[in-house]
Unconditional design. Structure first.
Lengths: 155, 123
């Protein structure tokens, strides 16, 4: 059983690797992990679910401007509104992070299944689980704002 | 001679990034075809002249493992090499992909240098 401290360290490493290596954006960890995140305003969230021996969800919450900048860097062209490209790009970030989380939790890969990524967006919404979960939220500073990587794992 | 490549991934963003990485890696390739899942990939392979397939695993409709299994049963296309590019890198899944004919695997995220290192010998 992995501790959350171990999961945190590896997810931070994975997030920075994805952003520097593929998004071509410099980011940094912003303070200590959080255990609660209030309502998200003018944001887009990408998420993937985990099923099998570990059940839960990995989500990444971006303010709209950060999501637009991530997509613009990803695609190498200017994106100025939340469209299918933005949803696809943010879903793919969640997918890569979910794949890394799965690798952290399961070395061989068959005992945990990863869902296809999905996204939600809106002017104001909150993100929470109805199940009893262990939860951690990692804040990151991007050039145009702060985004969060959140993991919820059922006990 | 330049190789024709088929990119199979349900993310259009990822298809663009892989395509850009191939160019940035300086690899010699001809046409780049795209498919959003295994079913679309099979249709492209039956119609176009493709030399190598770069495929995701976790996709809707027909995933990468199902694609490999179906492709292995089609005489006209079964020998076209498939290289997996996926977040799914567990030994069991990659082992199954290789047992179905995959020639290698590259983990997402990747850099153009990594693309060059692992795909260069195939191109």
């Amino acid at each position: 059983m992995n501790s959350f401290a171990e999961i945190n360290d590896k997810l931070i490493e994975s997030t920075i690797e994805i952003f520097t290596g593929m998004v071509m954006m410099e980011i940094s960890v912003l303070g200590e992990p959080l255990t609660e995140l209030g309502s998200l305003k003018k944001s887009i969230t990408g998420m993937v679910g985990l099923a099998g021996t570990r059940k839960g969800v990995l989500a990444v919450h971006f303010p709209r401007q950060v999501a637009l900048d991530v997509t613009s860097n990803f695609l190498g062209l200017e994106v100025s509104e939340v469209n299918e490209d933005v949803q696809d790009a943010i879903g793919e970030i969640a997918n890569m992070l979910g794949g890394n989380l799965k690798t952290i939790l399961s070395d061989r890969g068959r005992d945990i299944q990863l869902s296809l990524p999905s996204t939600i967006s809106g002017d104001e919404y909150s993100f929470s689980s109805q199940a009893e979960v262990d939860q951690v939220i990692l804040p990151f500073q991007a050039p145009s704002g702060v985004f969060y990587v959140e993991v919820e794992l059922e006990h | 001679m330049a190789k024709n490549v088929l990119l199979v991934d349900d993310s259009s963003t990822m298809r663009k990034i892989i395509s850009r990485s191939l160019r940035q890696a300086g690899l010699d390739f001809g046409e780049i075809y795209e498919a959003g899942d295994g079913q679309e990939a099979l249709a492209v392979l039956e119609k176009e002249s493709v030399d190598i397939v770069l495929s995701d695993i976790n996709m809707p409709n027909m995933n990468g493992i199902e694609f490999l299994r179906e492709k292995a049963n089609r005489p006209g296309i079964k020998d076209i090499p498939v290289f997996m590019i996926s977040t799914e890198t567990g030994d069991d899944i990659i082992g199954e992909a290789k047992s179905l004919g995959a020639v290698g695997a590259l983990k997402k995220p990747f850099t153009p240098d990594k693309v060059n290192e692992v795909l260069g010998p195939l191109m």
